[in-house]
Design a protein around this ligand. Structure first.
Ligand SMILES: Nc1ncnc2c1ncn2[C@@H]1O[C@H](COP(=O)(O)OP(=O)(O)OP(=O)(O)O)[C@@H](O)[C@H]1O
Length: 363
C-alpha cells in the first residue's frame, strides 16, 4: 500500500487554533455543518501531499486570523517506515519539511501523493480547456517530479516570448532565440503529457464503462501542433513546434501572445462518438469526471507502486445514487480516503461501520 496518514495536526491553520485528527488506513468521513472547517482540513492534507492547495491561497490566507503563523504536521506510516511531513506558513512565505529537512513543494508528493475530487471537478468536461490541462499537469507533477520542472521551464519561456511579442519594436533575432527555447521546452512537456495521457485515457474509458453500464467513452488529446503525434520523438516534436511557431509568427506578433503549443491544447471526451462537452447530459459529464479521478488513483498506484491519498470534498451530495455507489465501491478497495459531508445519510451502514467518522462541530 505504501505510506498513509496516521496523524494530522493543525496549529493556527485557517479556522483552527488546534486540531488533531487520526485518520484510518481506509475511509475517514469528516461530518459537520457548513463552514465547520472540513474543507480546511482536506486542504491541509492536500498541502502535505500535493505540495499545493486547490484554492491557490496566498500564505497569509492559510494563517488563522489573528495568529502570526500556521503549521500543519502529518505522520505518514507504512511499509515499516515513518515519515513526518510539515508545512509552515506566515505572511509572504511558505515552507515544507520532511523528517526535519527542508524540501521543495514539488518534492512533497514523493512521500505520498493525493487525488482530490471537489464539486468544481464535476464540471471538468464543460469548463474551459485550461481546467483540463491543469488536471493533467496537476497529476503529472505529482506522479513525477521531472514533470513539474519541465512544466515550469516551459511556462517561463512562453511568458518571456509573450513579453517580447508585446514590445513595440520586436528584436527578431531575440524572438528566434525564444522560439527555440519554447519549442524545446514545449516538445519535452508535450512528450511527457502524451505519454501520461495515453495511459490515463485508457483507464478513464474502462472506469467510465463500468460507471455508466457499458457506454463507450473515448478521450483524445487535441494538440495545437497537429494530430497523431504520439509516436513522434521529442526531437521531431521540437522540429514540428518550431515550424508552427514560424507559421504563426505574424499572428502572434499581432496578438502579442504565443498561440500554439501545449499551453493551448485541450482534452476532448466523446461518448458513443459524440463530443461530451456539446452533447453529453449533465449525468454523463459527471460520470466522466468521476471516472477521471478514479483512473488517476489507479494510474498513480501503477506509476508509484503505492496508492495515493484520495480526498473527496463534498462530492457525495452532488452524485446520484448509482455514481455514489460506484465511487464507494472504488474506495472500499484499500485506498486511504477522506470524505467530507454534511450528511451521513449518503453512506451505507456497512461503509460507516468500517469507517472512522470525525465530527466537526460549529465553531
Ligand atoms: N485564515 C483563516 N482564518 C480564520 N478563518 C478562516 C480562515 N480561512 C478560512 N476560514 C474560515 O473557515 C470556514 C470555512 O471552512 P471550510 O471551507 O473548511 O468549511 P466546510 O466545513 O468545508 O463547509 P462546507 O460544508 O460549507 O463546504 C469559513 O468560515 C472561513 O471564514
Amino acid at each position: 500500500m505504501g505510506l498513509y496518514v496516521t496523524e494530522l495536526r493543525l496549529a493556527d491553520f485557517r479556522s483552527f487554533e488546534r486540531l488533531v485528527v487520526l485518520p484510518s488506513a481506509g475511509v475517514t468521513v469528516f461530518v459537520g455543518p457548513n463552514a465547520a472547517g472540513k474543507t480546511n482540513t482536506v486542504e491541509a492534507l492536500q498541502l502535505l501531499t500535493a505540495g499545493q492547495s486547490f484554492r491557490r491561497p496566498t500564505p497569509s490566507q492559510l494563517v488563522r486570523e489573528g495568529a502570526e503563523s500556521a503549521r500543519i504536521d502529518a505522520r505518514l506510516e507504512g511499509d515499516g517506515r515513518v515519515v513526518d511531513v510539515r508545512c509552515d506558513a506566515a505572511p509572504g512565505k511558505r515552507s515544507f519539511t520532511r523528517n526535519g529537512k527542508r524540501i521543495q513543494a514539488s518534492e512533497m508528493p514523493e512521500s505520498l501523493m493525493s487525488v482530490l475530487f471537489t464539486p468544481d471537478d464535476l464540471a471538468i468536461v464543460k469548463r474551459g480547456a485550461s481546467v483540463r490541462r491543469d488536471e493533467l499537469d496537476g497529476f503529472g507533477r505529482q506522479a513525477n517530479r521531472g514533470y513539474a520542472n519541465v512544466l515550469t521551464a516551459y511556462q517561463r519561456s512562453v511568458e518571456q516570448r509573450n513579453r517580447l511579442l508585446k514590445d513595440e519594436l520586436v528584436d527578431m533575432s531575440l524572438l528566434a532565440a525564444w522560439d527555440a527555447s519554447v519549442a524545446l521546452g514545449g516538445a519535452t512537456l508535450l512528450a511527457a503529457r502524451l505519454r501520461l495521457f495515453s495511459r490515463l485515457a485508457e483507464k478513464v474509458a474502462a472506469v467510465y464503462a463500468t460507471v455508466s453500464g457499458g457506454e463507450r467513452l473515448a478521450c483524445s488529446y487535441a494538440c495545437t501542433l497537429g494530430q497523431d503525434l504520439e509516436d513522434l520523438s521529442r526531437d521531431e516534436l521540437r522540429g514540428l513546434f518550431l515550424e508552427r511557431l514560424e507559421a504563426v509568427r505574424e499572428d502572434d506578433l499581432r496578438r502579442g501572445q504565443t498561440t500554439v503549443g501545449p499551453h493551448r491544447d485541450d482534452v476532448v471526451f466523446s461518448i458513443e462518438g459524440r463530443d461530451a462537452r456539446a452533447y453529453g447530459s449533465q449525468g454523463q459529464q459527471r460520470s466522466v469526471a468521476l471516472a477521471l479521478k478514479m483512473a488517476e488513483v489507479e494510474l498513480a498506484g501503477e506509476i508509484l507502486g503505492s496508492t495515493p491519498l484520495l480526498l473527496l470534498d463534498d462530492v457525495m451530495s452532488e452524485l446520484d445514487g448509482t455514481r455514489r455507489e460506484a465511487a464507494m465501491g472504488f474506495v472500499s478497495g484499500g485506498i486511504q480516503t477522506v470524505i467530507t459531508t454534511t450528511n451521513l445519510g449518503y453512506f451505507s451502514p456497512t461503509l460507516l461501520d468500517s469507517a472512522e467518522v470525525v465530527s466537526f462541530g460549529d465553531k
